[in-house]
Design a protein around this ligand. Structure first.
Ligand code: PBG
Length: 324
């Protein structure tokens, strides 16, 4: 007869009691802030589909990075918008490319900030796919060579970590080998291991101008219906040498996160993607939800499911809230 002996409400009576028995805590120290770098100088242009996020030129971005670090966010993830695009995405692996230049500038201005670079071709290819295209097909193995060069030039520019998001098979192994052969054995790889072909990337594709010009990404990104396959993808990336594995998107895929947390010992990251951000932002602007509460609740849910690290467009703001 549990009642009246057991009364779970006893521990919910005051904020002090609730705080004492809280199982999950948010910390700014596990947040990563995604940022977009573009050509030019003096540029800070708001991204229409992601209000409060901007295209930054390198000079303005370094200022922003100092302020992000001062707010208590330990890490940023960089995405580049190149001057021009071509079939082979050469802007991605140019040692003087937009991201490589940004990394050098940021590491000089804010040396304590962890700079992570997204490794992918879709922002740099004229067709918008994440790899080399031949007769309408995205070619796996030839793409690996370009991804390896991309990661290497980013690490040579000073990136603290590289994060392949392309979903090509064997990408982690190829990048690991390239880094090791070039004296970069200490550079960790954060693998987008279970990345789904998701409609939640919609706002990002406008931000990065990276929507595929034909077809979709379903031949390389995962089918949203699959759970067991995610465990297989994560296992493969870990075997290939990934240091951190990521699940993406986050909130609609909490089951994947929770399962991965149970099955693997490696550090686990989750990406609260652009669509998750913009849905919250739009509803908050309409006055339909309490913005701060819904942001903190969504991040707490992602932590509770098992994420050690969270990439979120709310990182800077949340770090300020948590620090006050
Ligand atoms: C590049 C990449 C994408 C995102 C991160 N890296 C877009 C895509 O795969 O289409 C999405 C991030 C977001 O939506 O916030 N491949």
């Amino acid at each position: 007869m549990p009642f009246p002996i057991h009364r779970p409400r006893r521990l919910r009576r005051s904020e002090a009691l609730r705080d004492m028995v809280r199982e999950t805590r948010l910390s700014a120290r596990s947040l990563v802030y995604p940022l977009f770098v573009c050509p030019g100088t003096g540029v800070k242009e708001e991204i229409r589909s992601m209000p409060g996020n901007y295209h930054w030129s390198v000079d303005r971005l370094t200022e922003e990075c100092k302020s992000v670090f001062d707010a208590g966010v330990p890490a940023v993830m960089l995405f580049g918008i190149p001057e021009s695009k071509d079939e082979e995405g050469t802007g991605a692996y140019d040692p003087q490319g937009i991201v490589q230049r940004a990394v050098r500038a940021i590491k000089k201005a804010a040396p304590g900030l962890i700079v992570i670079c997204d490794v992918c071709l879709c922002e740099y290819t004229s067709h918008g796919h994440c790899g080399i295209v031949k007769e309408g097909n995205v070619m796996n193995d030839p793409t690996l060579e370009l991804l390896a060069k991309t990661a290497r030039t980013q690490a040579e520019a000073g990136a603290d970590m590289v994060a392949p998001s392309d979903m090509m098979d064997g990408h982690v192994a190829r990048i690991r080998r390239e880094l090791d052969e070039h004296g970069l054995a200490e550079t960790p790889i954060l693998a987008y291991a279970a990345k789904y072909a998701s409609a939640f990337y919609g706002p990002f594709r406008e931000a990065a101008d990276s929507a595929p010009k034909f077809g979709d990404r379903k031949s390389y990104q995962m089918d949203p219906a699959n759970q067991r396959e995610a465990m297989r993808e994560i296992a493969l990336d870990l075997e290939e040498g990934a240091d951190i594995v990521m699940v993406k998107p986050a909130l609609p895929y909490l089951d994947i996160l929770a399962l991965a947390r149970r099955e693997f010992d490696a550090p686990l990251a989750a990406y609260q993607v652009s669509g998750e951000f913009s849905l919250i932002e739009a509803a908050a602007r309409a006055g339909w939800v309490d913005r701060e509460r819904i942001i903190l609740e969504s991040l707490t849910a992602i932590r509770r499911a098992g994420a050690d690290v969270i990439l979120t467009y709310f990182a800077k703001e949340v770090a300020r809230w948590l620090g006050r």
